[in-house]
Design a protein around this ligand. Structure first.
Ligand code: NAD
Ligand code: DAU
Length: 336
């Protein structure tokens, strides 16, 4: 049974990945997470006593702490999710994005290489490719043209991973996925924010004309794809991961209101996000051709299940929306 060090396992995608891997029963998991505002151990309450699971609180930019975790737990491989992940926060202040996403990734690469892990999967994003016009798809060969401080910091981390492979023959791989949705997503991102606001009868803030397009993938599909890359991917390669479900934001918002039986009067068009990328769309043919992977969930059933999850787990998101989140919300939406 191999041991996987998962960074950022208390966040949205990381916690879904930890649960999926434990359910498969083939791996031990060490979850290394700093528990920032986005990290929540409640997300893994159901698996915390699993004998194959351990949690360590540490910051990936703290080299000594990371070395300590590797010495105590001796992982065989690493799946690296930990990051500052929200574009709007990076517009307000990019500092933590550079520290965690760039410096933190280099620390992990150095320590992982020092102990000789057999595999390092770096979880990245389609946002590194920038923005598309009305047609075309991002392929793994598309130029890297990040537009936000968040995507620039993720691009920086991708290039450091690429350099570790080319310079040191370090066995690293990169995945670049489109927009995830599903259980345990922090309600600052479009889908959970709109569900929670609608349930509380608050305005639904749609940026600009609402016609920006994202490709939506159910989080379980993304996690399954990462597991496939970990098991079967080729060192040094990049794999795009997408859901084949492009939608305009306004379509998504109206669908959520329809599923909740709420009025479209709640929609409020607000000042656009600065530098807002117009459209993302993924060519996922490489991972399908080389690793035999494609998404299983369609957006209609995935969105319905997600809305139901937020209805069933109101206490979770109400707790998450209290305290420090309220200060962020005021800064982000107060003057729009
Ligand atoms: P998230 O914000 O929900 O979770 C991030 C996790 O990282 C949290 O648990 C947080 O505590 C932890 N973390 C942050 N800084 C840390 C540090 N310095 N040291 C240790 N832990 C730290 O993010 P998410 O949406 O689950 O995204 C996970 C990864 O997937 C990110 O790398 C993101 O760029 C990438 N990604 C996300 C999406 C998406 O749609 N959410 C799509 C493609 C790729
Ligand atoms: O594409 C992958 C990326 O998807 C990930 O790398 C990021 O970590 C993740 O946050 C996500 O980035 P986006 O910026 O696309 O996601 P977000 O949920 O913030 O916004 C989705 C779209 O909805 C985007 O066009 C902006 C718009 N939006 C968002 C919010 C929060 C609104 O119109 N109103 C809002 O209040």
């Amino acid at each position: 049974m191999s041991k996987i060090l998962v960074t950022g396992g208390a966040g949205f995608i990381g916690s879904n990945f930890v649960r999926l891997m434990l359910a498969r029963g083939e791996h031990q998991i060490v979850n290394l997470d700093a528990l920032t505002y986005a990290g929540n151990l409640e997300n893994l309450g159901d698996v915390e006593s699993d004998p194959n699971y351990a949690f360590v609180r540490a910051d990936i930019s703290d080299r000594k702490a990371v070395e300590g975790v590797f010495e105590s737990h001796k992982p065989d491989c690493v799946v690296h999710f930990a990051a500052e992940s929200h574009v709007d926060r990076s517009v307000l202040d990019a500092t933590a994005f550079v520290t965690t996403n760039v410096l933190g990734t280099q620390v992990l690469l150095d320590v992982s290489r020092g102990v000789g892990v057999s595999r390092f999967v770096h979880v990245s994003t389609d946002e590194v490719y920038g923005s598309l016009g009305p047609t075309g798809l991002f392929t793994e060969e598309s130029p890297l043209q990040p537009n936000s401080p968040y995507s620039a910091s993720k691009t920086g981390s991708d290039l450091l991973v690429r350099a570790a492979f080319h310079t040191h023959k370090f066995p690293a791989l990169i995945t670049r996925c489109s927009n995830n949705y599903g259980p345990f997503q922090f309600p600052e991102k479009l889908i959970p924010l709109m569900i929670a606001n609608a349930l509380e009868g608050k305005p639904l803030p749609v940026y600009g004309d609402g016609k920006n397009v994202r490709d939506w993938i159910y989080v379980e599909d993304h996690c399954d794809a990462i597991a496939r890359v970990l098991e079967k991917g080729r060192d040094g390669e990049v794999y795009n991961i997408g859901g084949n479900e492009e939608r305009e934001n306004i379509w998504v918002v109206k669908k959520i209101l329809e599923l909740l039986g709420k009025s479209e009067d709640l929609i409020q068009y607000v000042t656009d996000r600065p530098g807002h990328d117009r459209r993302y769309a993924i060519d996922g043919s490489k991972i399908e051709r080389e690793l035999g992977w494609k998404p299983k969930h369609d957006f209609a059933s995935g969105l319905e299940a997600t809305v139901q999850w937020y209805l069933d787990n109101r206490e979770w998101w109400e707790r998450v929306r209290s305290g420090a989140y309220r200060d962020y919300y005021e800064r982000q939406y107060g003057n729009r």
